[in-house]
Design a protein around this ligand. Structure first.
Ligand SMILES: [Mg+2]
Length: 371
């Protein structure tokens, strides 16, 4: 039995401007408005977590996370930090939904466990460094000329694939992809993401119209709740379908897999509530023979480092959309994954998640301590 208890929880807002505004079919983002959670325990260890609330997709904001995190912080005081399942169940009972807020606590608890073990988190999760992790790069919605020029820039920078945000209209979406394919040549991998922007008919027509452009897969073509219609879109689509907004946790994963509604799952901590349930999604994926992508919202390099540990824990994770920190105008993270150019992230072995935040950067941010 562990005698360690949680003694203090720090909740810190983390704002980082984007290099340029990021546009998707649901809205425009100018700044990452994330939240950092640090859990201090009686043995002197501190675990760190970060979450990136995206109101269009999850319905959480920096303010809702900050407020609810205070309640969760109070709930955790005096409790055993290493009984992770028990802690997360308590949080789930106290607060319905709000997976992004929960992901910061989940991440901090896993950081503590791996720090206590003295091991990199991926090892504790059963993983190995058996492959190179190259992120794709995302192109936000724009004119055909703008998206083609962005695509060419990213291809020249060495990214192994690009992901293009679509979901406005058939005509505009096809014009964007035609311009990009013309710019990057016939063989460069292109993925697309409609962010629920199409109805069923438009989705099927657009996906058929995009067939000649050799698209790897399409994320979330239609409204997130309509799994029944997603089965139909998948049946008629020449392009494999990846569920994103329609899969938050392992229950969604099981339902979509049972229905045959998608070819891939896109896992994000902001939707799964962190690592604990992400591992359960991976278990469903492995059971069903479905491959996964990992994705991000506006996370700094810290939460992307935590995501890297998950990636290394399962060979079912085959696509890596880990580009958020590359779009941010500042990097307040110390340690963690290091960008090598050409989309390549490398992780040095350190105990825990193996990263932290620059105290000077955090000092300027709004903060509350629960103890
Ligand atoms: Mg997506």
């Amino acid at each position: 039995m562990s005698s360690a208890v949680i003694t203090k929880v720090e909740i810190i807002k983390l704002n980082i401007p984007y290099k340029e505004p990021f546009v998707i079919s649901l809205g425009v983002i100018h700044e990452a408005t994330n939240v950092v959670v640090r859990i201090h325990i009686s043995t002197g260890l501190t675990g760190t977590g970060e979450c990136a609330p995206f109101v269009f997709i999850v319905g959480e904001t920096q303010e809702t996370v900050f407020e609810l995190a205070k309640q969760v912080g109070k709930l955790l005081l005096g409790k055993d930090p290493f009984a992770i399942g028990e802690r997360l169940n308590e949080i789930d009972r106290a607060v319905q939904g709000n997976p992004t807020m929960k992901s910061a606590f989940d991440m901090a608890l896993y950081d503590l466990l791996a720090l206590k073990a003295g091991m990199p988190l991926y090892q504790l999760l059963g993983g190995t460094k058996n492959r190179e992790i190259h992120t794709d790069m995302t192109i936000s919605i724009g004119t055909p000329e703008k998206v083609a020029s962005d695509a060419l820039t990213f291809q020249r920078e060495g990214f192994p694939a690009i992901k293009v945000k679509l979901g406005t209209s058939l005509k505009e979406d096809v014009a964007r992809i035609r311009a990009i394919r013309h710019a990057v040549g016939p063989d460069y991998p292109i993925r697309i993401d409609a962010n629920q922007g199409w109805d069923t008919t438009t989705a099927i027509e657009t996906l058929k119209a995009l067939e000649p452009f050799h698209i790897e897969h399409c994320e979330e073509p239609i409204a997130h709740w309509n799994s029944r219609e997603l089965v139909k879109v998948r049946a008629y689509s020449p392009i494999p379908i990846m569920a994103d907004e329609s899969i938050f946790d392992h229950h969604d994963a099981f339902r979509l897999a049972s229905m045959g509604a998608c070819d891939y799952f896109n896992i994000k901590f902001s939707k799964s509530g962190g690592i604990h349930k992400a591992l359960k999604i991976v278990a469903v994926a492995e059971s069903a023979g479905i491959k996964c992508q990992v994705g991000c919202m506006s996370e700094s390099r810290f939460a992307l480092t935590a995501l890297m540990h998950l990636v290394l824990a399962s060979d079912a994770i085959v696509h890596y959309d880990m580009d958020s920190s590359l779009m941010l105008d500042a990097d307040p993270v110390i340690g963690g994954i290091e960008y090598q150019g050409s989309g390549l992230w490398i992780l040095e072995d350190r105990p825990g998640i193996g990263a932290g935040f620059d105290e000077e950067y955090l000092e300027t941010m709004e903060k509350v301590s629960i103890s």
